[in-house]
Ligand binder design. Structure first.
Ligand SMILES: Cc1ncc(COP(=O)(O)O)c(C=O)c1O
Length: 408
């Protein structure tokens, strides 16, 4: 069942529309329990929208069957097969089951790739703004993180357009970097990278021999019909020996707590991954319930995801319209993901997310946690019910009007 953006006709839409902050607090997710009191949780990348009925049924079935132990090879094999099928059917990427490994989560696969596939003492390039752990994980694994702030050409003419700074990425590669983290779709700016951008990255990777860790966890969440996620590994210029792709059903189907992500690799990257002790250890750690939920999501949860994407699109419109009337807050609205990136620098606040949490009762992520260059920005999570989204916009608008009574 697919709903139109604004009709509110399906039962799922009615359920989402009726969600209240009170219900969310009673549910007690991290998003809603981290900040006590009358605070709307709009920060960590969890959705308030539950998960697909097929996923719920798979979890119930696992409980019924008592399948809550260690991973049986048959379940692991089925999850790897389903991942490969999903990539083939959705993104036209001809992945074979043998190229897919299961892992508990995408971040542990990044750690394993850094420790086992980058030279000791080399650095890791992270284009920013970046999902916060990308900035910490290199250091935890004895590698320097090189933040490359992205470019925003043409900001005067319309919505801000975020682009990788390929020149600085190349300089970092030329200086001996050991890995590039490529997040596509891009958290937090919500962009889907073009084939030209992917090809430019592939050309740099090949010419300097620098591996790419392509984090494609948000690929199921492309919102616009006109945008297409293209896996980095499908570009003819990307070198299989230098390419690791990480993905999971955890963002699209809202199940990050179930701990089952996938790493896809071929060529020498695959051989090295398979031979590596750290990755063998990780393969045994994916959860059986997570694997069963992943199979259900990818096989039978696609209609639910279509409805959720339509709902997030409509929330995005609500947010775009509301923020259009609030001077001092310039949003970058997502083509993919459920995350909006707000440029609040004109408000003149050092910590705008702190300001909005204290003064508006809206908890967002602070821009500077996405890279040193992004003080004055906030990340807003759009995956909530419509009434909560509208209330969030009222609160932000009121707080800005109190801050700048004459400007608004
Ligand atoms: C781009 C990106 N990668 C990875 C993760 C975390 O994935 P996992 O829980 O599988 O480590 C997130 C979570 O928000 C994310 O946005």
């Amino acid at each position: 069942m697919v709903v139109s953006d604004a009709s509110g006709s399906s039962s799922l839409v009615q359920v989402f529309d009726s969600l209240t902050p009170q219900q969310m607090r009673e549910r007690g997710s991290l998003k809603w329990s981290q900040y006590p009191g009358d605070v709307i949780g709009a920060w960590v990348a969890e959705m308030d929208l539950g998960t697909a009925p097929a996923v719920e049924a798979a979890i119930r079935q696992a409980m019924h069957d008592g399948l809550l132990g260690y991973m049986p090879p048959s379940v692991s094999e089925a999850a790897r097969e389903e991942t490969a099928r999903y990539q083939r059917e959705t993104f036209d990427w001809q992945v074979g089951t043998e190229q897919v490994s299961l892992l508990p989560d995408v971040l542990s696969s990044l750690s394993a790739v850094i420790t086992s596939h980058t030279r000791e003492g080399s650095s890791v390039i992270v284009p920013t703004p970046a999902y916060m752990p990308f900035l910490e994980i290199p250091g935890r694994n004895g590698r320097e993180c090189i933040e490359v702030p992205s470019l925003t050409p043409g900001t005067a003419e319309g919505p801000t357009h975020w682009e990788l700074d390929l020149g600085r990425i190349e300089s970092a590669m030329a200086a001996g970097a050991g890995l590039l983290v490529l997040c596509n779709p891009w958290n937090p700016v919500g962009r889907v990278l073009t084939t030209a951008e992917l090809d430019a990255v592939a050309a740099l990777s090949s010419s300097y021999g620098v591996p790419v860790f392509a984090d494609e966890i948000h690929a199921p969440l492309v919102l616009d019909e006109g945008s297409t996620h293209v896996p980095y590994a499908t570009r003819p210029g990307s070198d299989p020996d230098l390419t690791f792709t990480a993905t999971a059903a955890s963002k699209g189907w809202n199940i990050p707590g179930l701990k089952c992500a996938q790493l896809i690799a071929s060529g020498r990257a695959r051989q090295q991954w398979d031979a590596d002790a750290a990755s063998s250890h990780l393969k045994a750690e994916a959860s059986v319930v997570g694997a069963l939920a992943t199979i259900a999501a990818l096989r039978d949860g696609r209609d639910w995801l279509d409805e959720v994407r339509a709902y997030i699109r409509a929330n995005r419109d609500v947010v775009g319209e509301a923020l259009g009337g609030i001077e001092g807050v310039e949003p970058t609205l997502p083509e993919a993901t459920y995350l909006a990136w707000l440029d609040c620098r004109d408000l003149g606040l050092e910590q705008p997310a702190r300001f909005f949490r204290k003064e508006a009762g809206v908890a967002m992520n602070e821009g500077v946690t996405f890279g040193a260059a992004w003080s004055g920005f906030c990340r807003l999570n759009l995956a909530t019910g419509r009434r909560i989204e509208e209330e969030t916009m009222h609160r932000i608008g009121d707080a800005v009007r109190r801050l700048r009574p004459r400007a608004s």
